[in-house]
Design a binder for this molecule. Structure first.
Ligand code: CAA
Length: 283
């Protein structure tokens, strides 16, 4: 099947990066969000991030202009009905995602593939709330999307081979690398990454080391580009906590217990970079 027109639901951190890479790879992109302001901000951010790529020689001015010309926005979710592929990148809350699918599904063309950029929620369960579980799968980008090479592809229990192949080919056309995961809580990347971040928070909570000694240890001692606490602030502490809860509930093992300090920061509204306060102070 041919995929040319791609719908992106959500214009936040992940949604704008996803729209960016699809338009740069030549796809027509329609981006939607409930907030018109978020859509305007996302388009401005895509332009700035494309400028960074032009400055580095990773894209030309012409490629940037063509990419910007291929992006359109709409506040009306059902305008995405004619897309060949839809990537839902809304807030990481199951009720929000399910409500989006329920509103969208009656307007979709029969051939449309529906995917979610969820970082941890069951693909099989999300698919079961649509009319097309065989054409539904997980399409999980990493942040920042224009920079990170990986896309995790997650098959739900009913996903058919044609859908999987079509998504795999899309990842290749984006110039990224696909890794396939079975549909278990938090898939592969977050199954491994989040317990490491949670352990870093425990290391702080138990007074083993300071924020800077924990981050310096992993940066210089294990060659990580960011320390785990800096990375948690970058991802968002609410997202980290939500993923730990999915692991804890879904695998019923105390080794996934979220650190009480992580919970406390989220309760305080200290969510990391996006609220200008997390393990670091960005004010
Ligand atoms: N768009 C386009 N280009 C961007 C960009 C963006 N949004 N953000 C950064 N860049 C580019 C820069 O222009 C720069 O390009 P060159 O290498 O060509 O010079 C490059 O990326 C590096 O950026 P910076 O020089 O500004 O900063 P840096 O060297 O400190 O790198 C980083 C920044 C790429 C974010 C790096 O710190 C890093 O890799 N951090 C780890 C990120 C990570 O682990 N992400 C995964 C999180 S887990 C996840 O996403 C899954 C989930 O579900 C939670």
């Amino acid at each position: 099947m041919t995929i040319e027109r791609v719908g992106v639901v959500g214009a936040g951190q992940m949604g704008n990066g996803i729209a960016h890479v699809f338009s740069l790879a030549g796809y027509e992109v329609v981006m939607t969000d409930v907030s018109a302001e978020a859509l305007d901000k996302a388009v401005a951010l895509i332009e700035r991030n494309l400028d960074r790529q032009v400055a580095k020689g990773a894209a030309t001015e012409d490629e940037k202009a063509s990419a910007m010309g291929r992006i359109s926005t709409t506040p009306t979710l059902t305008d995405l009905g004619s897309c060949d592929l839809i990537i839902e990148a809304a807030t990481e809350r199951e009720a929000v995602k399910t409500a989006i699918f329920e509103e969208l599904v009656p307007h979709l063309a029969p051939h449309t593939i529906l995917t979610s950029n969820t970082s941890s929620i069951s693909i099989t369960r999300l698919a079961s709330r649509t009319d097309r579980p065989e054409k539904f799968m997980g399409f999980h980008f990493m942040n920042p999307v224009p920079v990170m090479q990986l896309v995790e592809l997650i098959r739900g229990i009913a996903t058919d081979e044609e859908t999987f192949r079509a998504c795999f080919e899309v990842v290749e056309r984006l110039g990224k690398t696909a890794a396939t995961s079975e549909d278990f809580p938090a898939f592969i990347v977050n199954r491994i990454l989040m317990p490491m971040i949670n352990e870093a928070v425990y290391t702080l909570y138990e007074g083993v080391g300071s924020v800077s000694s924990i981050d310096t240890s992993l940066k210089l001692g294990a060659n990580h580009p960011m320390g785990p606490l800096e990375l948690a602030d970058f991802i968002g502490l609410d997202t980290c906590l939500a993923i730990m809860n999915v692991l804890h509930d879904g695998l019923a093992d105390t080794k996934y217990r979220p650190c009480p300090l992580l919970t406390k920061y989220v309760e305080a509204g200290w969510l990391g970079r996006k609220t200008k306060r997390g393990f670091y102070d960005y004010r």
